[in-house]
Structure formats: structure tokens, C-alpha cells
Design a protein around this ligand. Structure first.
Ligand code: 9WN
Length: 462
């Protein structure tokens, strides 16, 4: 067996080991947790990525993963970012903090915000690779209607201006929780104005730093703000319209919107494949609209796509040098003019072209922090999206395919050498000494790291 075949085998073990069965109101759901070391519930975009990886191993497990995720859908169509396991009490903030019971369609307990709609892309992946016509039909009958409702929710509540870009109301929705992108927007929530009871709650209940190195995780000030928003939304009775108007954090997110564009593209193709032409055209139009909006958010001044802070009627450009700027590649939104400019940044060794790319924040940014969560380390999920984004341009620019191939090599090597960590030191590369240096951060035996190893290996190297 080759080294990568062995790693693939280990990846399958990681995934199988992270599968749990949860019974709610007599129905048993089979789903994967991101890591048993800390993330003991089901997360939205993690599960969507895992479902695609599982599709290469056991399609029924892939189906169950999406089915369990969509079972937590809200009455208004939102698919929450966490579907809780009521038997698990260690993760903070748990269901008692969110108090969203009245919002779900079932007795399943969830968080009250969402995450990038990778799940639509996953559903399309399951459908395209269905082992039997019956499997494909099950995807259409049981999952597609719920995914359509999720899209209608996002369009209606998160793009009320109908401009194509999605607003997020909490940085947890972006998936890149403490990215420098959010620093300025969060400054608006003055730490001194946050009630002491929220700070006390964070100090008393915060569990992540009991399990992980405190220097790898978001800071206390971040957590105060995260929980301040949760508390506010709860006081607004989880009314999406009011939250959009009143939240001090509301940002048009490039990463989320890029996934949204591809999700609409996937949904359009899926609807087209089953003869739903009206729906196909509708979601295709949405995909196009978002691509145009992303293109228009390119800034010549900052040489990147920029988020926009739109909280309470503002319109302020955010231009932090982070991996979010590469996501329009995945949306297939990057224009011929923008492409070389974007690639110049990706391949700059001072910025993103490190021995183990792609660092979540540019190396030369004053905000780069080698070990802290989304402020420096390389994440496999991000690499996987950037690789697939670059691959969309391989016929347009000869350099692009080489870059994608390089990131595939480094990503697979990083996992084969270092294991299935949550995130990795982007700088060590060849200088890494086995047994002496550490390159891995966050929690171990991580599901999406394993899932993407399987996918990237099977798609590009097997
Ligand atoms: C909050 C599960 C999730 C990922 C996110 C990642 C992290 C949670 C946390 O873990 O967020 O949602 O507690 O830190 O930032 O992208 O989905 O892996």
C-alpha cells in the first residue's frame, strides 16, 4: 500500500469513528461530529463537506449525514449552524444558551444562525455520483425540497436588497470566526457595554480553552462579542427581519456569497437534471447575479474582493488580506482582468505562498498570528475550495493548473505527515523536524480534514 493509500485508510477510520447516532422523538439520526475532542455536535458546513467525502466510501452514510443536518431545519427555512446532540453537555454555547426550541420544525435542538450553504453543493455531488437511480431519487424526494427552502430563506432574509451578496449577522456564520475581516465590525460592540452577566457566563462556561491551547483559540474579547450577539438575537425572538435591522454586526461576506453562487449553480443544475426548468432558470439567475456582484466588489485600490459592513445602514469597505479573497474563484466569478492580480497575491511568498499554503491571513499582515485559529494557520477546507476554484480557470491561464496541483501536493503531504488536525502551521514546510516541531493546531482526528483527504486524493491523485 502506498503512503497515501494508508492515509486514505486512516481518513476513513477517522470519519467512521466520528459518526454518532442520536435519537430524537423516536427517530434515530446517524451523523458525524467534527472532532470528538471538542466539537461533539453536528455542524452545518462540516457535515456537507463530510458527506462529499463519505460519498467516496459509503453513499448511504453520505445520505444520512445530509438528512440529519436538514432534519434541524427551521420553520422559516434556515438550516442552523449546529444541530445539537441533547446527550452532550460539554460544548459552549449549548442549547440552553441559544433557546431556539420554538423555531425548529421538530424537537431537534439547534443554534440560531447558519453557515455557508455547502450542503447544496453536497446534495448535487450525491445526486451526480448516485450509485443507483433509487439513491438519486431519494435525494430528490427527501432532501431537495428542504434545500430549496433554505435557498429561499437566504435570498429573502439575507439579501433583502436583492443585490446578490449575502449578509451574515454573526462571524460564526462565515465559518472563519475570528478572521481579521471582522475586527472593525466587532469594534462597534464596545466591550464595556457588554453586560457583566455575559462576560461571567463566558468565563464560567467557556470550554474550548480547557481542551485546546489558549493561544490557538479566539480571545476572550471575541467570545464576549460572540455571546453578546447570541443574547441579542434571543431577545429579538430569533426574528430574522428584526435581527437584520438591529444587529450591530451585519456584513456582506465574500466567502459566504461565493459559496452561495456555486450553491445556486449546483441547485440550478440539479433542478435542470430532473426537468424542473422554471426552478433551474431561477437559481441560475441568482448564481449569475451573485457572480456579477462579486466582480463588482473587486477593489483596484486594495487589489482584492472586499467585504462590506452594512450594519444598521452603513456601507463600509473591509479590505483585510485573508483567504476570503480567493473564494470568488470557486464561484467562477473572477474576470480575466482580476485573475492575474489575484494570482499575484496568492503566489507572493510575503503573503500567501508559504511552504504549506494557504495561510488564512497574509503572512505580512500585522494581524497574522501563526497559531491562532483563522488568523494565520492553513485549513484543509479552505485549500480544497481554492484548489477547486483554481481548477475552474485551468484553460484560461497556464499557471493556474500548476498552482492548483502544488496546493493539492502540499495539502495531501501536510495531512499524511502531520495527521488529521483542525489546522496547520503554514510556514514550516521542509524545515519541519519530525518529533521536534509542532505543525498542528486545534483539535485532532478532524472529520473534514479526513473527508477532504479522501476527496482530493480520489479526484486528483488516485
Ligand atoms: C463555532 C466546527 C466549527 C467550524 C467552524 C470553526 C469552528 C465553532 C467554534 O468549528 O467554529 O461555530 O466553536 O469555534 O470556525 O468553521 O464549522 O468544526
Amino acid at each position: 500500500m502506498t503512503r497515501y493509500e494508508e492515509t486514505r485508510q486512516k481518513a476513513i477510520e477517522v470519519l467512521f469513528n466520528n459518526i454518532v447516532e442520536v435519537t430524537v422523538s423516536g427517530i434515530t439520526y446517524r451523523r458525524t461530529v467534527p472532532s470528538k475532542e471538542f466539537y461533539v455536535h453536528q455542524w452545518n458546513w462540516d457535515s456537507a463537506c463530510v458527506a462529499m467525502g463519505l460519498m467516496h466510501v459509503d453513499p448511504d452514510l453520505a445520505f444520512d449525514e445530509l438528512n440529519a443536518l436538514l432534519a434541524g431545519q427551521w420553520k422559516n427555512g434556515m438550516v442552523p449552524h449546529i444541530i445539537f446532540n441533547p446527550d452532550e453537555k460539554t460544548y459552549f454555547p449549548g442549547p440552553d444558551i441559544w433557546q431556539t426550541h420554538a423555531q425548529t420544525e421538530s424537537d431537534i435542538v439547534t443554534s440560531g444562525i447558519t453557515q455557508p450553504p455547502v450542503l447544496t453543493i453536497a446534495l448535487h455531488y450525491l445526486y451526480k455520483n448516485a450509485p443507483t437511480p433509487a439513491f438519486a431519487q431519494k435525494c430528490i424526494d427527501q432532501l431537495l425540497p428542504k434545500v430549496i427552502r433554505f435557498h429561499e430563506y437566504l435570498k429573502h432574509f439575507r439579501d433583502p436588497e436583492d443585490g446578490g451578496l449575502i449578509s451574515i449577522i454573526h462571524s460564526w456564520e462565515s465559518g472563519v470566526d475570528n478572521s481579521p475581516c471582522w475586527d472593525e465590525a466587532y469594534q462597534r460592540i464596545n466591550i464595556d457595554d457588554i453586560p457583566q452577566r455575559i462576560k461571567d457566563m463566558v468565563h464560567y462556561y467557556r470550554t474550548d480553552i480547557k481542551h485546546a491551547d489558549v493561544s490557538h483559540r479566539p480571545k476572550f474579547e471575541d467570545y464576549y462579542r460572540y455571546l453578546y450577539l447570541v443574547d441579542l438575537f434571543k431577545r429579538l425572538n430569533w426574528d430574522s427581519e428584526r435581527i437584520m435591522k438591529e444587529s450591530p454586526f451585519c456584513v456582506k461576506d465574500i466567502l459566504f456569497s461565493s459559496i452561495w453562487a456555486q450553491a445556486n449553480q449546483s441547485l440550478a443544475e440539479l433542478c435542470g437534471a430532473i426537468g424542473k426548468e422554471e426552478e433551474r432558470d431561477r437559481y441560475h439567475t441568482w448564481a449569475e447575479q451573485t457572480r456579477t456582484a462579486l466582480q463588482n466588489n473587486w477593489s483596484d485600490e486594495y487589489q482584492q474582493y472586499c467585504e462590506i459592513d452594512v450594519a444598521q445602514g452603513r456601507h463600509e469597505v473591509i479590505h483585510e488580506p485573508t483567504i476570503s479573497m480567493f473564494f470568488p474563484l470557486y464561484a467562477h466569478a473572477t474576470t480575466e482582468e482580476q485573475l492575474p492580480k489575484l494570482l499575484a497575491r496568492l503566489t507572493d511568498p510575503q503573503e500567501f505562498w508559504t511552504p504549506y499554503p494557504v495561510p488564512s491571513t497574509a503572512l505580512n499582515s500585522p494581524k497574522f498570528d501563526i497559531a491562532r485559529y483563522w488568523r494565520g494557520p492553513s485549513w484543509v477546507i479552505i485549500n480544497a475550495f481554492i484548489i477547486q476554484g483554481l481548477k475552474k480557470y485551468k484553460d484560461k491561464n497556464s499557471q493556474v493548473d500548476q498552482l492548483a496541483e502544488h496546493i493539492i501536493d502540499t495539502t495531501l503531504a501536510m495531512i499524511a505527515d502531520q495527521g488529521f488536525s483542525e489546522y496547520f502551521d503554514p510556514t514550516k514546510g521542509g524545515g519541519f523536524k519530525k518529533g521536534q516541531d509542532t505543525m498542528t493546531y486545534g483539535f485532532g482526528s478532524f472529520s473534514w480534514t479526513a473527508a477532504f483527504f479522501i476527496m482530493l486524493y480520489d479526484m486528483y491523485r488516485r
